[in-house]
Each structure stands twice: as structure tokens, then as C-alpha cells.
Write a protein that binds this ligand. Structure first.
Ligand code: ARE
Length: 586
């Protein structure tokens, strides 16, 4: 047995409360080393007849990568307390017991040896708002969605779409424009909009806030914003705003005060000033976002700053009924701040959603006391490298996705914000070398995967664009230049998500077959009633594929509605970049 590779710790990614009565336990071992793993578990105080009363239950192999096997089990301890260890059986017939104190040949009686899950406290359990599971998000960069009120145009506004986006140009996008086009969003099947910043700011992207309590005048006023939120809600669409609390903008009044009064400013402790006089070149002598002098970092540990920003968080929910906050540069703000933030937000609206912008492993923020989700860039990277750029093989892709799924608890995965691109990355069509068939595969995977998908405005009608600022072009409203077929395809996928339970978040995901040589992936989504088998050909050539799991099955292909009655050797043919999804009623 490869003992060195056997890994478990009582940490939230491996031992967590899924809900108020269920605990999930995971274990990692070397690939193909163990043939069976079972959990030994019991209540720590249950010593009937002077013996610790434990139970044994098999764990499921829930993921396999090139190097590791992942084992998972759910248990419901009747008194909410748990001590546990593992029976490990390897392929050579060796058996060991693995505990917090190491390996034993038999289950020890001393419960002090076991791993400990002390008690399931409902208020410590990760729990995101229930609506999020079924939401499909749409990200809007307000300056570039639609210009609905020319009277608000900032100075120098260019004709819509007349030029390429640059870091400094303006096209006059506004709230009225969004209101005018809500039908487009509704028709696509969207149920949540994420707006990048809308508060008064200097730049076109508005990440350099001047006033957190004011709407940027180019977008409209508070009345128009209220109208926008109301119009969204009437269509069953939630509204999420961007909170840029890591830093302010250069023209934020407190920072201007520091510039003016220097060390004498009563706002000097609102920022991380390192010395005076304040200096911006060659690099700022105060902390900033990156090295950007116009984005001075706020000291969120300062009680005045904290109470000001928490007031902001509350104000826009209370007065405007927004449904969520996306937190910019969330990992560079202190945890204590986010804990207070969560409290204030949830007190104001119990089912408000909190989404952190973090590009890396984010377990620390996803334990129930801070965020409900993070922008799932690890998912993005795998999907883009495989389907768009085709720089990794099928197996590496499957490994990547398996790792992503085992990085966080299942209840976290169910609401993970899965994006393919954003205002910070090139658009998917460009990443896919303008190949729309690749884009379709990307969308198919994203929209059938566990979590909450987010589409970036314009991708659905085939817009292209490189990295910032290329990805921020004006939304294409000329129907002749919109790809209607792509729109209908995305619409259909979103529709499947709500119509077929296994397609969306209720279905549990599992790779069935991954073939580097053919460059295909086959995966399953399953509920108690329905099983879906997805077959994706990520190569350019037509291929015939034997899908073992369809043997002797009578199924329905959901895109064509064709009936298939397979024999013992189910052979299907897919075009280059082709796909099929077979539905079996269980
Ligand atoms: C502007 C120019 C850029 C130029 C940059 C630097 O447009 O071309 O490179 O300045 O001078 C906002 C604007 C940007 C603007 C930026 C600075 O939207 O247009 O760029 O302000 O003025 C990291 C952070 C992550 C951050 C990304 C961009 O961790 O939080 O970098 N994302 C948010 C927003 C941005 C926003 C800001 C932060 C600032 O979503 O839109 O930018 O408010 C790896 C790293 C990550 C890194 C990621 C991307 O994965 O590990 O940490 O994210 O790459 O670079």
C-alpha cells in the first residue's frame, strides 16, 4: 500500500457539513492503489457495553486523475458528532486502518486516535441562497451595453461601435440602454445580471470610485437605477453589483484630502500611506491595486473605513433592492472585514448573494462565514485550454475538472460561479481562433456542468475581442451582424438546464470516458430519474465512437429528439467538434 500518498485532514475541503445533518468525508490516495475504502465512524460518547460503537460504510470513488484517486462518503451522525477513520484495502489484499494518529492493522478502541468532526452547527455550515443554484448569470459592462439616453453622454462620446475600445474612450452605455434591451436578456433565458461597477468614477470601467453613494451620471440617476432593478425583478432576473472595496479611485474625497493636507489629513489612516509627502512616481509610496497610483488601497481594518463601506453595502440593498455583491480583488482585503460584511449583508437581505473575485484556490473564504461563491477561474482555465485553445489533452482536462470538483465541498461547487471569459480576459470566440464550433463545445460544457454559469455579454451573438480593453467592445445590436444561430444554441442549453433536472445543478457529474487519442470526453449527469450521457468530440475530424455505457439502452438524443435503440456495441458517429447528449429515463 502506498501509505505516503494516503491523505486526509479535518479541513473544510475534506471534512465538512453539507447541511444541518450530513457530513461529507473525503480521502485521497495514489491512483489505482486502493480497491476499496470504507469509513469507520461513530459517536464519540457511545460506549455501550464498554466498547466504542462504530459503523462502517463504503466510500465512493468520486474522481480519478493521473496521480490520485478521490474517495467520498456522506454520513448523518444522529447526535451530530463524529469520530472517524478509514479502512483501506489495496490491490494486493493488504488492509490498514488510517486515523489521525497514523496507520493501524485493526480499528483502535481508543477514540482519541480518530479524526474528529466535533459537532454540526447549522450556523457554521456553508449555505448559499437557494435561488443561486438555478441562476444563469449574464455579465454586463455598462459603458458598452447600449446607449439609451444620449443626453447623458459624457464629453467626447463616440458613435456606438464606431471605434475599437481603448482604455480611455467612451460610447455612452447607460441604464436606459439596458432597460431597452432586457427582452434580449430575458429571451436568452438569463435569470441574473452581474454589472461591473456603476458608481461615480473617473474611468470608463469605473473601478476607480469617486463616490460609493452615487451612480455615475453617465449611466443615469438613482431613479433610473431603481427602475432598472424593478424591471429586472419583474422578469425574474436578479441584480448583482460590483463592490470595489480593496481600493478607491484617485478622486475619492478622502484620498484628495490626503493629497492636499498630507500628514495632517484626518483621512491619512483610511489608506496604507507609507511615508509623506505622497509620491506617485516611479512607484507610489502608498499601497495600491497593483502599482496603479490612481487606485489607492483602502485600510479596511480602520473602523471608520469599515463602517463607511459596510454602510455602502447596506445602502444599495436596502434602498435599491439589489440581490448580490461581487467583490473586486476580494483576496487582498482582510478576512475580518469580509466576516462583518457578510453579517451586514445577510441582516439586510437574508438571501443576498456574495461573490468574491479570486482567481486561485479560495477555500479560506468559502467556509460559510464570508462568501457564497468565487469566480471559478480554475474551471475557466481547464475549459479554455481544452476546448478553445486545444493546448491540453482530454485526460489533462478531465484531471483539471476533477481537481476543481475536489478542491471545494459539494455545496460550494453547486453555486460556483463558472465563467468562460470576462471583462478581464479575451473573449471565447477569439480564444477559440474564431471557430464557432469550439465555442459551442465550450458553452455545452459550461452550461451542463455543476455550478452557476455566467455568460459575458455579446459572446452569445458571436462577438470577438482580445484581452482588456479588446473584450470591452460595444454590444452588437445590428441583427445582421449578430449570430442568431449561436444565440438560439445558447438559449436551448439554458432551456435544457431548467427543463431537464439532470442537465442543471441537480445532476451529479462524472467523467465516464476520456480518450487522448481520439480527443473525446464522455461524461454523465445523473439524478434519480434521469441519466444524461454527453459525448463531445474535441477533434476536427469525424469519428465513430463506441459508448459502452449506452449498450442495450433505449435513449433519446436531446438536441435532435431522435430515438436510439442501441445493441451491445453502441456505435455513434460525430462530426469534427460534434456532440450528442443521450437521455435515459431511469
Ligand atoms: C488598466 C489597463 C490594463 C493595464 C492595467 C495596469 O486597462 O491594460 O494592464 O491598467 O496598469 C480595472 C480595470 C482595468 C485596469 C485596472 C487598473 O478594469 O482595465 O487595467 O483596473 O487600472 C488580478 C487581481 C484581480 C484583478 C485582475 C485584473 O487579482 O482582482 O488582476 N481584477 C479586478 C477587476 C478588474 C479591475 C481591477 C481588479 C481593479 O476584475 O477589471 O481592473 O479594480 C493571474 C493572477 C491574478 C490576476 C489575474 C489577471 O491569475 O494570479 O491575481 O488577477 O492573473 O491578471
Amino acid at each position: 500500500m502506498k501509505k505516503t500518498a494516503i491523505y486526509h485532514r479535518s479541513v473544510p475541503s475534506m471534512s465538512y457539513a453539507y447541511d444541518k445533518e450530513t457530513v461529507h468525508i473525503r480521502l485521497k490516495s495514489e491512483r489505482d492503489d486502493l480497491v476499496n475504502v470504507s469509513l469507520i465512524y461513530g459517536d464519540p460518547y457511545d460506549f455501550t457495553a464498554d466498547e466504542w460503537q462504530y459503523h462502517v460504510v463504503d466510500m465512493n470513488l468520486t474522481g480519478q486523475t493521473e496521480l490520485f484517486d478521490y474517495w467520498t462518503v456522506a454520513v448523518k451522525p444522529p447526535f451530530k458528532r463524529l469520530r472517524y477513520g478509514f479502512y483501506l484495502n489495496d490491490k494486493n489484499g493488504e488492509q490498514n486502518v488510517y486515523t489521525e494518529r497514523g496507520f493501524y492493522s485493526q480499528a483502535p478502541q481508543d477514540i482519541g486516535c480518530y479524526f474528529c468532526f466535533p459537532f454540526i452547527h447549522e450556523n457554521d455550515t456553508f449555505s448559499a441562497p437557494s435561488w443561486v443554484k438555478d441562476t444563469v448569470w449574464y455579465q454586463i459592462f455598462p459603458e458598452r451595453y447600449a446607449n439609451g439616453d444620449a443626453l447623458l453622454n459624457p464629453e467626447g462620446t463616440l458613435k456606438w461601435g464606431s471605434e475599437k475600445p481603448t482604455p480611455t474612450n467612451f460610447f455612452g452605455g447607460d441604464f436606459q440602454g439596458v432597460i431597452d434591451h432586457l427582452d434580449h436578456i430575458e429571451e436568452l433565458g438569463i435569470t441574473g445580471i452581474y454589472f461591473t461597477p456603476i458608481f461615480k468614477a473617473y474611468s470608463n470601467h469605473k473601478y476607480d470610485t469617486i463616490d460609493y453613494m452615487e451612480i455615475d451620471p453617465q449611466f443615469g440617476d438613482k431613479e433610473t437605477f431603481k427602475e432598472l432593478v424593478k424591471a429586472c425583478h419583474e422578469k425574474g432576473i436578479k441584480v448583482m453589483l460590483d463592490a470595489v472595496f480593496n481600493h478607491s479611485g484617485f478622486y475619492f474625497t478622502p484620498f484628495q484630502d490626503v493629497l492636499e493636507k498630507q500628514e495632517a489629513s484626518s483621512y491619512k489612516n483610511w489608506f496604507h500611506m507609507r511615508e509623506f509627502p505622497v509620491q506617485m512616481e516611479p512607484i507610489p509610496n502608498y499601497d495600491t491595486f497593483g502599482f496603479v497610483p490612481s487606485m489607492p488601497k483602502l485600510d479596511t481594518a480602520n473602523p471608520e473605513v469599515k463602517s463607511y463601506l459596510l454602510e455602502v453595502a447596506k445602502y444599495w440593498i436596502e434602498e435599491f433592492d439589489i440581490d448580490g455583491w461581487r467583490l473586486d480583488v476580494a483576496n487582498e482585503v482582510d478576512h475580518a472585514f469580509w466576516r462583518s460584511f457578510r453579517q451586514v449583508v445577510k441582516e439586510t437581505k437574508a438571501d443576498a448573494y456574495i461573490l468574491g473575485e479570486i482567481w486561485h484556490d479560495s477555500m479560506r473564504w468559502l467556509q460559510g462565514d464570508q462568501f457564497d461563491a468565487v469566480m471559478n477561474y480554475p474551471f475557466t482555465n481547464g475549459a479554455i485550454d481544452y476546448f478553445a485553445k486545444r493546448t491540453i489533452e482530454a485526460k489533462s482536462f478531465a484531471d483539471n475538472i476533477t481537481e476543481v470538483l475536489h478542491m471545494y465541498p459539494e455545496n460550494v461547487n453547486e453555486v460556483s460561479f463558472n465563467l468562460l471569459d470576462s471583462h478581464d480576459t479575451p473573449r471565447i470566440l477569439t480564444l477559440a481562433g474564431d471557430d464557432k464550433d469550439k465555442v459551442k463545445l465550450l458553452y455545452l460544457f459550461q452550461l451542463s456542468f455543476t455550478g452557476t454559469p455566467c455568460l459575458y455579454y455579446g459572446d452569445e451573438i458571436g462577438m470577438a475581442g482580445g484581452g482588456d480593453p479588446g473584450c470591452r467592445a460595444c454590444m452588437e445590436w445590428d441583427e445582421n451582424d449578430q449570430d442568431a444561430a449561436l444565440f438560439r444554441f445558447v438559449q436551448q442549453l439554458i432551456h435544457f438546464r431548467s427543463e431537464i433536472d439532470a442537465f442543471g445543478n441537480s445532476g451529479s457529474f462524472r467523467f465516464i470516458e476520456v480518450d487522448n487519442f481520439k480527443n473525446i470526453v464522455i461524461y454523465e449527469k445523473k439524478t434519480e430519474e434521469t441519466k444524461l450521457i454527453f459525448v463531445l468530440n474535441n477533434s476536427n475530424k469525424a469519428q465513430s465512437i463506441v459508448v459502452e455505457s449506452l449498450a442495450s439502452k433505449k435513449v433519446n438524443e436531446i438536441f435532435t429528439n431522435e430515438e436510439f435503440s442501441f445493441d451491445e456495441s453502441p456505435n455513434i458517429t460525430l462530426n469534427g467538434s460534434g456532440f450528442k447528449c443521450f437521455m435515459e429515463k431511469l
